[in-house]
Design a protein. Structure first.
Length: 447
């Protein structure tokens, strides 16, 4: 009865721990990282502000209308005295008067013509908004790649833990066999001690691998800007990753057309699109500065005022005035021409930047293709070594069983085979990351 109670308690505790772990697949990971990103929220706030700028630029096309009201009081206090007029003295009494002044007014103005720069300003604000959207997508795109790297790093560490765990179990099984050999007199007790030391070393290797695995999960959560103390499990059951040499060759063949990858990058990459939009924005600024420099500004205005000393009779004195205002900048300390020069320099700089970016895209893609081919070659060689090492392990075990070989031969062959398994895991996920890097650089990365 007591055993049943203990088993029930352990089962309940295991279920509770399982429920406490949060499951992350790739889609959830990317969405969480984007949602928690401060860079994304900053761009979203900037987009909201830029929308107001677009609305304000439309407001420059419509007339302004302002209402004003004023009240003032004048107090006049003068001392009396005597004045002489034609030799006749005239007495003037003290005077103290108060007068109120009331006025109301409406005034309106509108720009009729300024070289159409007000219309181009609308276009400028719209292009700036579009560029912010592009930069936002570029930020999300970079986050996706970062999540991919950390996601696959956790999977890789998990596979290494699994491999080391299998190696530990193999060592334990070997220890049990040696104990049986000792019982029947085929082996000595020293072999038991030697194998027990090997088991201890494998246990330490497994502990180190588990520690690396847990740290990779912390790095993963930090990339998501999430709670690093959270207990998580990664679900990668829906991911289809290449494993066999045939599948790996298919990936290389898919990414073998260098020019096609470059052209796709120039069409779809957000940073390249943003660079072109930056040139268009500066070209619009240049056009506006030229219009402000070469064209006059014509505006219309109108005012309507009411004024009186008495608020009740304020509508009896009305004044309506309207007219046109023409202005043209003749000399403003070169400030107007400075805007044109700055815009021209910015256009030239942005054009040089986009040429540099295109060269960088070509360079990064070419190096990533080399990395992909190198990772494939490494896996191909490792597979051949694994086949040979598996035979070495079997042969050393048989030789040890019949007394022809030593336990050290078995241990060395087993360790070599386990290292090859781990090296293949590292090489495989380096291959996958190189594949994702090519997709990222060519603008094809999806999740």
């Amino acid at each position: 009865m007591r055993k049943i109670f203990v088993l029930a308690f352990i089962f309940t505790l295991s279920v509770s721990c399982l429920k406490a772990q949060e499951v992350y697949d790739l889609t959830k990971s990317v969405n969480t990282a984007i949602q928690n990103s401060t860079a994304v929220s900053t761009y979203q706030n900037n987009i909201a502000l830029q929308k107001f700028n677009v609305k304000s630029s439309y407001g420059d096309l419509i007339p302004t209308l302002n209402f004003s009201g004023q009240w003032s009081r004048n107090n006049t206090d003068s001392k009396g005295g005597t004045v002489y007029q034609n030799g006749i003295p005239i007495s003037i009494p003290d005077n103290n008067t108060t007068a109120d002044n009331f006025s109301l007014g409406l005034n309106s103005s509108v720009v009729l013509f300024n070289g159409l720069s007000n219309l181009e300003n609308i276009d400028l604000q719209k292009k700036s908004l579009s560029m912010l959207y592009t930069d936002l997508e570029k930020t999300k795109y970079d986050i996706i790649m970062s999540v991919y790297q950390k996601f696959f790093e956790v999977i890789k560490k998990d596979k290494i833990v699994e491999t080391n765990n299998n190696n530990l179990q193999t060592s334990i099984d070997q220890l049990n066999k040696i104990k049986e050999y000792v019982n029947v007199g085929k082996k000595t007790q020293s072999d038991v001690y030697k194998q027990d030391v090997q088991v201890g070393q494998n246990e330490l290797t497994l502990v180190t691998a588990k520690n690396d695995f847990e740290k990779s999960k912390v790095d993963f959560l930090a990339t998501l800007n999430d709670d690093v103390t959270k207990s998580i499990v990664l679900d990668y059951s829906k991911l289809t990753l290449p494993y066999t040499l045939e599948e790996l060759r298919a990936v290389i063949q898919k990414n073998s057309n260098f020019e096609s990858l470059v052209q796709n990058a120039l069409k779809t990459r957000y940073d390249y699109t943003s660079a072109k939009q930056s040139i268009e924005i500066n070209e619009t600024k240049l056009s506006i500065s030229k219009k402000n420099l070469y064209f006059p500004s014509l505006s219309a205005f109108g005012t309507y005022n009411w004024s009186s000393n008495n608020l009740n009779s304020i509508d009896k004195n009305k004044v309506l005035s309207y007219g046109l205002t023409l202005s043209y900048p003749i000399l403003q300390g070169f400030k107007t021409d400075l805007n044109r020069q700055v815009a021209e320099v910015n256009i030239k700089q942005k054009q040089e930047d986009i040429v540099k970016l295109e060269k960088q895209i070509r360079s990064d893609l070419k190096k990533s293709i080399y990395d992909l081919e190198s990772a494939y070659k490494q896996i191909e060689i490792l597979d051949r070594n694994i086949v040979s090492s598996e035979q070495d392990k079997l042969l050393s075990e048989e030789n040890f069983k019949i007394g022809y070989g030593t336990l050290l031969d078995v241990q060395v062959a087993t360790a070599n085979l386990n290292n090859l398994y781990i090296n293949r895991i590292n090489a495989l996920y380096n291959f996958v990351l190189s594949q994702k890097q090519i997709e990222y650089l060519s603008g094809q990365l999806k999740y």
